[in-house]
Design a protein around this ligand. Sequence first.
Ligand code: PSU
Ligand code: MN
Length: 303
Amino acid sequence: MTVQLSPAVAHALKTRKPVVALESTIITHGMPRPQNLETARAIEAEVRKGGAEPATIAVLDGTLCVGLDDAQLEALADAKGVAKLSRADMAVCMSEGRTGATTVAATMIAARIAGIAVFATGGIGGVHRGAETSFDVSADLQELSQSPVTVVAAGAKAILDLPKTLEVLETLGVPVIAYGQDLLPAFWSRSSGLRAPLRMDNPADIARAHRARAVLGLSGGQLVANPIPEEAEIPRAELSPVIGKAMKDAEDHGIYGKALTPYLLQRIYELTEGRSLEANIALVLNNARLAAEIAAEMVKLPG
Ligand code: PSU
Ligand code: MN
């Protein structure tokens, strides 16, 4: 029931090398095999290429591991019945000595403990469509207001209610920064049609803004919304009916709660014949690149 930094991550942090935290729910619940393991490895390689140390995070047999070696990564990618951990259930998983993958919320908690300021993922959880009746709002949003981590994602998935997600983030005091454009990206698509509250055009500005929050004594981090590369995007109009169908299927099968996001991702993968996965992989790698650049700028800041 401890927290364990891998030797590589511990060394990087000690010598003030840039480090990028990575989540593991994307491996266990977000992508099918074998692409999940291939992508997990490719993300780590991308972070290293950017001169930063990757720290993939998971709870393994009750230990919160910050930085996995390749054997641990492979075992996690192959394991069945791994729990999907958020703020509410991470401690119980550890106290019971079990294994669980960390969502954005749980990964932020681990990054905070380890002292890692930057985290790359695909998409964050948000306010689900129909939340006015289901009350399904991801704990990722709350965590962004509590743990001081800059999270690089490709915006929020179009399976969510994006206007409501933006409203909740504003209420919680979370800066939502579109990278290099005015519009909020929507995961598989470069544009959600909504204006992002903030815009920044280079990694150094993002690093300084992170530091400024600390100067003000503000809890919580920042959400950087990085648009998917043009060549990989699936235009919104094309995806819209697919998302509608996947949501109808979820309803018909009575899927809700924790199971909903993984179900929708899998269903959209099937309905697009794999195209959504290709886009997902491209955008995560793109986020890993930007996160490494931000991490490199963070360590240059004085103090
Ligand atoms: N988006 C993806 N793939 C994922 C997730 C989101 O494209 O695997 C995962 C992340 O770990 C995120 C979690 O933190 O889903 C959100 O789940 P929920 O909506 O149940 O909070
Ligand atoms: Mn939920």
